[in-house]
Design a protein around this ligand. Structure first.
Ligand code: SF4
Length: 471
């Protein structure tokens, strides 16, 4: 609970974390609020706590002076002046903020947003609120987070939920396959696989820069066929790290053993830099917020270097698919296929600067490999099969897709479980398809409604399944 500790300041003794909890649980007299400029404010739903960068709450439903907003972002700060001092006014991620919730005034003149001053409406003393906030886990969401479909879904048995989500996941597979078919018409089948594979290494934050790097493949491997594998790899890693601006400006002065690699590639890059000048991406393109060491873009680029040099890369993928196998074996093989290249430095380091790991590790773990299989590799094989008319192979893709082990949990899935499944234990979610199905339901229904589920048809669908279980 360290993050819940109170910030002692002259103006307020509340931390933003406590203000977030007060807002999320609507623990204030919210029936008769007005904004600081006197307009009536109705809060129909506080929105969903955003754990990533950007505004604190997304997709709230509020009404200011009678004007209803269905997808309002909410920013919460101790003081109104933080809007400008935290540079939210210049950040496009904050463009949809419709209400600035602060603990207490003053509100600067020309403040661009309606402001709610929470301190005027809290029912309890500061001491009681702090006690409540320190005792409550921020992960416990209030009941109003539950969607209208959660009650009919709770009446379905586990098998029905599994069948329902598998069916939804197959729709997701077809949609992704169609996207790849369209992409293949533009760039050809090989690039329709290569580009999303490389982009997929960037997760949500860094897909775009990795996609740009993927597009530079031809330029980056130019002239490398003359070198032996070791020198070609070192040169290519230097080029990749150089064009992505992830190398330090100066050659490192330290004599530590882990700096040897950095010095080598630094020296290669600075000899070649001018040649690649037009391709260099600005360092600001990378978003390093909340990146785990294993996912650092530098390590991902080192892996891409191996893929680029591997002349049998696509052939090995085809061989993998052409040998029928159980999903668990397929996952193990894919992890080795994508990440088991020998690499003296990167198999023992998470980043350019850190110390060596105790034991060498694959360049890619099972979770990342699985994400790539579910989102790119299987839809790509299905697109190829559809194009070549080999209908009998469709079943192989679907079987792998439906039986693939669960992927890593994420914030979207956590929110879906809270909204659709009341945050209860979800032991029936056993496969990636169950997760993909939930994500598809969210895309098809939640994204077309609002936080209070207005006009959503899914509760009706879920009710009808009680009498006609999916099969
Ligand atoms: S919008 Fe629809 S699918 Fe989403 S939580 Fe509400 S009722 Fe459920």
């Amino acid at each position: 609970m360290a993050s819940m500790q109170l910030k002692e300041s002259a103006t307020s003794s509340f931390s933003e974390r406590i203000l977030h909890m007060i807002w999320m649980h609507q623990r204030f007299r919210n029936e008769k609020c007005t904004t600081t400029d006197g307009h009536p404010l109705a809060i129909l739903h506080p929105g969903f706590w955003n754990y990533g960068p950007g505004p604190d709450f997304r997709s709230a439903v509020i009404s200011v002076n009678g004007k209803k907003m269905n997808q309002a972002d909410i920013e919460i700060d101790v003081k109104a002046s933080y809007w400008r001092s935290h540079r939210h006014d210049l950040n496009p991620s904050f463009n949809k903020v419709c209400l600035h919730v602060i603990w207490e005034g003053p509100v600067p003149p020309n403040h661009p947003l309606p402001v709610l001053e929470l301190s005027k409406y809290v029912r309890e003393s500061e001491i009681d609120l702090k006690k409540w906030a320190n005792q409550s886990l921020p992960e416990i969401w209030p009941e109003l987070i539950q969607g209208k479909c959660s009650a009919p879904l709770a009446r379905l048995d586990e098998e029905s939920l599994q069948i329902l989500t598998c069916q939804a996941s197959l729709i997701r597979l077809r949609i992704r396959t169609r996207e790849i078919e369209e992409e293949a018409k533009r760039v050809g089948f090989e690039d329709a696989l290569w580009l999303p594979l490389v982009a997929g290494l960037g997760y949500r934050n860094n897909q775009w820069p990795l996609l740009q790097i993927g597009r530079m493949k031809k330029i980056l491997i130019e002239g490398l066929s003359r070198l032996d594998y070791e020198n070609a790899l070192m040169t290519l890693q230097a080029r990749l790290l150089g064009v992505s601006s992830l190398l330090p400006e100066k050659i490192p002065a330290s004599q530590k053993p882990n700096q040897k690699y950095l010095k080598k590639i630094w020296t290669i890059w600075w000899r070649e830099r001018d040649k690649f000048e037009p391709n260099i991406l600005p360092v600001s393109i990378w978003n390093m917020q909340a990146i785990r060491p294993a996912n650092h873009p530098a390590r991902r680029l080192a892996t891409v270097a191996h893929w680029m040099l591997d002349k049998r890369f696509f052939k090995r993928l085809e061989d993998w698919f052409n040998k029928p196998k159980q999903a668990r074996t397929a996952m193990q093989e894919m992890m080795e296929l994508l990440g088991s290249y020998p690499d003296e430095f990167w198999s023992c380091h998470w980043s350019l600067k850190g110390d060596a790991m105790r034991r060498p590790t694959l360049l890619m773990g099972g979770q990342r490999a699985s994400d790539l299989v579910i989102n790119t590799i299987l839809p790509w094989f299905l697109a190829r099969i559809i194009q070549s008319g080999q209908e009998d192979l469709k079943k192989r893709v679907e079987r792998l897709y439906l039986t693939w082990p669960r992927l890593a949990d994420n914030q979207s899935l956590k929110l879906i479980r809270r909204r659709l499944l009341k945050g209860q234990r979800c032991d029936w979610i056993k496969s990636a398809a169950h997760q993909q199905g939930l994500l598809q339901i969210m895309k098809d229904f939640c994204h077309h409604s609002n936080a209070v589920c207005e006009q959503c048809l899914f509760p009706e669908v879920a009710r009808s399944l009680k009498n006609n279980p999916p099969s």
